[in-house]
Design a protein around this ligand. Structure first.
Ligand SMILES: Nc1nc2c(c(=O)[nH]1)N[C@H]1C(S)=C(S)[C@@H](COP(=O)(O)OP(=O)(O)OC[C@H]3O[C@@H](n4cnc5c(=O)[nH]c(N)nc54)[C@H](O)[C@@H]3O)O[C@H]1N2
Ligand SMILES: Nc1nc2c(c(=O)[nH]1)N[C@H]1C(S)=C(S)[C@@H](COP(=O)(O)OP(=O)(O)OC[C@H]3O[C@@H](n4cnc5c(=O)[nH]c(N)nc54)[C@H](O)[C@@H]3O)O[C@H]1N2
Ligand SMILES: [Mo]
Length: 684
């Protein structure tokens, strides 16, 4: 058969949201995957791990059939069971939990394994139909989102393709070379065509830092201080656009007075940068009209992360950079899609009084923490789709203890035998994106990307949508959505949203939801309560944990400070060839990442007598992890970097790094402070 490329879309939780072309070798096999050249954001580029998806789709370890646990929870011993019998088990467990502890003791749980509109969030229809506990989906963007909403109002902003028109691009607390390579395509255009400068702000020398013209490597959790000192310089040296501030923002003498003592000297002491670095960068920013801040998630994964995001988002409001093409700031788009999701997400079935449980606090929740349970019943039964919580959630000792509870019924729907799957009572084989139809919201850009089915279903796998419908029917639901195919649902969703039909969307491959220049640049006002950018946010309106937050741009010190006992700060950023825990099973990704490593500065290593490859222990009051050390200049003194969401089994002590991370909610709206951990490090 000749080379035949089929249109598809990357389903993974990544801002790039690529439009794909998949080489289809037969109805059950793919070859290479490439990025769609005709999609103006994807621009023919796709990351290496997705290009090699055949490795994952045709992996010999894919789950093939439903399984029932026979060994201890977590041991991973199962026997085959039929789909019918498995569905009966799950339905019975949900009914039992409902009878003994009430419907809110059932907690359907999802994360971002697939980001399909139907295949990820369809589980909410089941939840709402039966009054099961709801989920506050905080594990990824909540700290950043809260900080952005506080100032701007909505998750939207200038079209990231406009970076090609910028003169100065600042990648702040993100590592796109590793985590969204497509952003680099558009940055490269500006550098090539306009000689644009790239500034990268991070806490270690990432590949993106290495690609920068100017690198600012600061102390973890100190970004708010840098932003405040920049505002101080901009105001003092005449770079502020006073007309813009008066017309578009709530800026006032009180804000200016507050910034008066946030000097570069003050920020230098907090960030570890030099006064000169701070002043030079502020001046470069101040004199460049077309300055584009591309904000990552990384600098917000701290207890002060929402405050930091807010402080950074104030910068283009001071200079008025938002007005210019290629100017302003962009975090993500989440409020531009205008999709009517009532049917697909069962919003007509939602009871707003049903309790909401925080996804990031799954450990405390399953261990019976009363605050985490929001005063309601214990969780007695769960269905998990698209989630590998045993590896990815904070406080993983609590997660393991909770998932291991003998009185908890757990159904996991998975593609592989993950750490989480091993705890399942019933483990069901899940289809992969190539085997189902869906739409994906490419939140790091402006497209809704269409992903039609390319392959037949593998073995006895079922899609998330099919499982939800079959389970709902067994439980007695009669909502029309449970009778619909995924395509029917997608077609109905597009029609209800005034966006044509599924067939039309499939033909085109994507829907561009970019708005007008005026709207994206807030020229007609900000999408906030009063149409202005808020230097003085109403934090109480953003989230419940707002105590101690001030209605000003601030740098907060509420992070885990290094101490004599815990002298290092730990950072746990993504690995380039994994996507969270996805791809930790593919040989080429594991071959490249090799094993979990603690990257430390050579001076720290020398002081502790640690050499390359030596086994070390890192720990704090939450636990202890064994891994090999890697002394490298890329780390800052006092900072330990562990890249990648490795399965716990990949660590010599079989305990993964998330055991060290706290599950306390990030103010004001929750989420996990993955990069905000104080630890000790010792030679093993
Ligand atoms: N140490 C550390 N921890 C982190 C982070 C970090 O940077 N460092 N990052 C955090 C962030 S930002 C996030 S978003 C979370 C991500 O955490 P998760 O959302 O759990 O991410 P994944 O591990 O990629 O995906 C979960 C599982 O979904 C499965 N899956 C994929 N497609 C489907 C499907 O169609 N159906 C079903 N049923 N299953 C499917 C995959 O096989 C995978 O095992 O991790 C967080 N945890
Ligand atoms: N290859 C790959 N791509 C991915 C993922 C993956 O696991 N692997 N995960 C996907 C997901 S779910 C997400 S949410 C995105 C995340 O993508 P990013 O926006 O890149 O966010 P993070 O990975 O959290 O962190 C990025 C950078 O922030 C830095 N950082 C940590 N703390 C601080 C700080 O206090 N200040 C500053 N300035 N920088 C800090 C880290 O060192 C890291 O280099 O990537 C997605 N893409
Ligand atoms: Mo994420």
């Amino acid at each position: 058969m000749g080379k035949e490329f089929w249109k598809s879309a990357c389903p993974h939780d990544c801002p790039s949201g690529c439009s794909l072309e998949v080489e289809r070798l037969s109805s059950t096999r793919i070859g290479r995957i490439r990025g769609a050249a005709a999609n103006s954001y994807t621009d023919g580029v796709v990351c290496a791990k997705v290009a090699r998806y055949a490795e994952r789709a045709h992996h010999p370890d894919r789950l093939k059939q439903p399984l029932q646990r026979i060994g201890e929870k977590g041991a991973g011993e199962f026997r085959p069971i039929s789909w019918e019998a498995a569905l009966d088990e799950v339905a019975e467990a949900f009914v039992r939990a409902t009878q003994t502890h009430g419907s809110q003791s059932v907690w359907p749980y999802h994360s971002g394994g697939t980001m399909g509109v139907v295949q990820r969030w369809g589980i909410d229809r089941l939840r709402h139909a039966f009054g099961y506990s709801r989920q506050h989906s905080t594990i990824c963007m909540t700290p950043a989102e809260a900080g952005w909403r506080a100032g701007v109002g909505k998750l939207m902003g200038p079209d990231p393709r406009e970076m090609a028109q910028s003169h100065l691009i600042i990648v702040w607390g993100g590592n796109p070379v590793s985590t969204q390579v497509n952003a680099m395509t558009h940055i490269a255009k500006a550098r090539k065509q306009r000689g644009a400068k790239l500034v990268v702000i991070d806490v270690y020398r990432t590949p993106t830092v290495e690609a920068a013209d100017i690198a600012l490597v600061l102390r973890p959790g100190s970004d708010g201080a840098l932003a405040l000192a920049m505002m101080h310089v901009l105001l003092k040296e005449g770079f502020a656009d006073r007309d813009y501030l008066a017309r578009y923002t709530d800026f006032g003498a009180d804000v200016e007075a507050h910034l008066a003592d946030k000097t570069p000297e003050w920020a230098a002491a907090l960030t570890g940068l030099s006064v000169e670095e701070i002043v030079d960068f502020a001046r470069l920013y101040g004199r460049t009209e077309r300055s584009f801040l591309r904000l990552g998630f990384g600098f917000t994964r701290s207890r002060n992360g929402s405050s930091a995001m807010h402080a950074v988002s104030c910068l283009p409001a001071i200079t008025g950079a938002w007005k210019h093409p290629g100017g302003g700031a962009f975090f993500i788009n989440w409020d531009i899609w205008n999709l009517d999701l009532k049917l697909a997400w069962g919003l007509d079935l939602l009871n707003p009084t049903t309790r909401v449980l925080d996804q990031s606090r799954i450990g405390p929740i399953l261990c019976g923490d009363e605050t985490a349970l929001a005063g309601g019943p214990p969780v007695m039964a769960m269905l998990m789709q698209n989630a590998n919580s045993a590896n990815v959630a904070p406080d993983s000792a609590a997660v393991a203890k909770g998932l291991g509870r003998e009185d908890l019924f757990l159904c996991v729907h998975e593609q592989f035998m993950t750490a989480t799957a091993k705890y399942a009572d019933i483990l069901l084989p899940a289809a992969m994106f190539l085997e189902y139809d869906d739409l994906y919201l490419a939140y790091g850009q402006t497209h809704i990307v269409v992903g039609p089915r390319v392959l037949d279903r593998y073995e006895d796998c079922r899609t998330n949508h099919e499982l939800i419908c079959q389970l709902a029917k067994r439980l007695g639901a009669n909502h029309p959505s449970f009778e619909m195919s995924a395509v029917d649902m997608l077609d109905a969703t597009l029609r209800a949203s005034g966006r044509g039909t599924w067939e039309e969307a499939k033909e085109r491959g994507w829907l561009d939801c970019a708005q007008s220049f005026e709207k994206e640049h807030f020229l007609d006002g900000y999408p906030s309560s009063d149409g202005r950018f808020h230097f003085k946010p109403d934090w109480a309106a953003v989230g419940p944990y707002h105590t101690g937050m001030t209605a000003l741009p601030v740098h907060r010190e509420n992070v885990e400070q290094a101490t004599d006992e815990l002298p290092f700060r730990l950072i746990v950023p993504p690995a380039r060839t994994f996507l969270n825990t996805t791809f930790t099973e593919t040989p080429s990704s594991v071959g490249r990442e090799v094993e979990p490593r603690a990257v430390i500065h050579p001076d720290d290593a020398a002081r502790l007598g640690v050499v390359e490859g030596a086994l070390v222990r890192i720990g704090n009051e939450r636990g202890e992890v064994n891994l090999r050390a890697r002394p490298l200049e890329t780390a800052k003194p006092g900072v330990v970097v562990v890249e990648g969401n490795w399965p716990s089994d990949a660590y010599p002590g079989r305990v993964g790094v998330n055991v060290l991370i706290g599950a306390d909610p990030v103010p004001p709206s929750g989420g996990a402070a993955f990069h905000d951990t104080a630890i000790w490090l010792r030679a093993a």
